[in-house]
Design a protein around this ligand. Sequence first.
Ligand SMILES: C[S@@+](CC[C@H](N)C(=O)[O-])C[C@H]1O[C@@H](n2cnc3c(N)ncnc32)[C@H](O)[C@@H]1O
Length: 202
Amino acid sequence: MDGLKLLSQLAKESIKLVFFDPQYRGLFDQLKYGNEGKKLKERFKLPQMNDDLIAKFIKEIDRILLPSGHMMLWVDKYMLVNSLHSLVTGTNLKLVDFVTWDKGRIGLGYRTRKKSEYLVIFQKLPVRIKGIWKIHNIPDVWNEKITKKNHAHSKPIELQKRLIEAVTDVGDTVIDPAAGGYSVLTSASEVQRNFLGCDLLG
Ligand SMILES: C[S@@+](CC[C@H](N)C(=O)[O-])C[C@H]1O[C@@H](n2cnc3c(N)ncnc32)[C@H](O)[C@@H]1O
C-alpha cells in the first residue's frame, strides 16, 4: 500500500509517534555510481522518493500527530546536510534531537566510508519534555549491529524500542508508512505497543 494513502486515512491529531525511513534517492544522485555491485542494484530497484514526495509524507505526519507527539526520521548524511530543513518548512515540527547510529560495519564512500546513519527527532509543537519523554539514559551515539537483516535498509530494533518506550505508553499505536522489512513492527510489538504501517512492496 502507498504510505501516503495510509496516512490520509488516519485521524488528525491521533498518534504519539511516527517513524519515517524514506527511500531517498539523493544518495544515488550524489554518488553517481555506475558500477554498482549486486547489493546497490537491489537497493536502486526499491521505489524511490524525491524531496517533494518526502515533504508530502511529512505534512501528513504533522497532521496526524498529537500536539507534542514525535516524528523520528531516518536520514543519511546528504539528506541531513542538504534537505532536512526544507522538508519540514511550513509544518509544526521542530527538530529537538538526533541520534547517530553506528552500524558497526564499514560501507561505501569515495572519501570517508559510511559507517553511520542518523535518526532526527522532531516534536510537534508545543515542545514539551516533562511527562512526554520518559527515558533519560539513551546515548546519542548508538552502537547496534543488524544481525537478522530482512531488508536492504533494516534499522536497529533495540534503539527503536528504547525510543518507542521514551515517548509512548503500553497499548499506544506506532506508525511507519514506509516500513520496508518492518523493523518498527518488531520493535513496537516487543514493547507491547500496537503498530500500523505499510510498504509499496508489501
Ligand atoms: C529505507 S526503506 C525502509 C526500511 C525499514 N525502516 C526497515 O527497517 O526495514 C524505505 C521503504 O520505502 C518503501 N516505499 C517507497 N515509496 C513508498 C510509498 N510511496 N509508500 C510506502 N512505501 C514506500 C520502499 O519500498 C522501501 O522498502
